[in-house]
Design a protein around this ligand. Structure first.
Ligand code: FMN
Length: 212
């Protein structure tokens, strides 16, 4: 494996203090729209979610951003999964979007809360039937002896619910990350990347340029 020659220059764009809106949500929306427009960027809504549970061990995984509302960033999952257990013990998370073809990354940190069950149910009802069944079948993050067992469970439940709506399982729903910190990173010439953090203070955001 040759790793040391894997490098490239970052020269596509610049991020300057005078370009920054007062509200980081506005910059996130602008960058997100550009990520969505990039044909070569698969899954622009995918982000890495880092959590730390009671044992202090950080855990990360990719999830999909499904809603942005006034309060924050919403994703859906199984509340009994590893991430669900971590968040029950310590409701803080870090989100990371890697939009590498744009030479950008965004980090968001904040407090996490569960969505109202009615809101989760409404999103669950909008999902394809196969995904609804999958949520019902999988005891996410728990061991299972074989794929056959999982598929058997799927077909069994599929037959059970034939012709009927599939209710949202109680252990499945949304989380909202309420941001307290953003960092926007734009790759720059000579490895002098542009980094700006937005730190929430009472009613506004404090903007700081960080060294690369
Ligand atoms: C592109 C992609 C999108 C994913 N989206 C989700 C998601 O929205 N919700 C989810 O629970 N898991 C999603 N997963 C699976 C998670 O990465 C992870 O395997 C699962 O949630 C269990 O994580 P945990 O054991 O740390 O709780 C996705 C995986 C990938 C690669």
């Amino acid at each position: 494996m040759k790793l040391h020659d894997e490098r490239r220059d970052y020269e596509q764009a610049q991020l300057r203090r005078e370009q920054l809106p007062a509200n980081p949500m506005a910059l996130f929306a602008e960058w997100f729209a550009q990520a969505q427009e990039q044909a070569n960027l698969p899954d622009p809504t995918a982000f890495t979610l880092a959590t730390v549970g009671a044992d202090q061990q950080p855990h990360q995984r990719i999830v999909l951003l499904k809603q942005i509302d006034d309060g924050g960033f919403v994703f859906f999952t199984n509340y009994q999964s590893q991430k669900g257990q971590d968040l029950a013990a310590n409701p803080l998370a870090s989100m990371h979007f890697a939009w590498l073809s744009l030479e950008r990354q965004v980090k968001i940190e904040g407090r996490v809360e569960q969505l109202e069950p009615a809101q989760s149910a409404s999103y669950f009802a909008s999902r394809p039937r196969g995904s609804q069944l999958g949520a019902l079948v999988s005891q996410q993050s728990k061991p299972i002896s074989s794929r056959d067992e999982l598929e058997a469970r799927y077909h069994h439940l599929s037959a059970d619910y034939d012709g009927r709506d599939i209710p949202k399982p109680e252990h499945w729903g949304g989380y909202r990350v309420i941001p307290t910190l953003f960092e926007f990173w734009q790759g720059g010439r000579y490895r002098l990347h542009d980094r700006f953090s937005y730190q929430r203070s009472d009613t506004s955001w404090q903007i700081t340029r960080l060294q690369p």
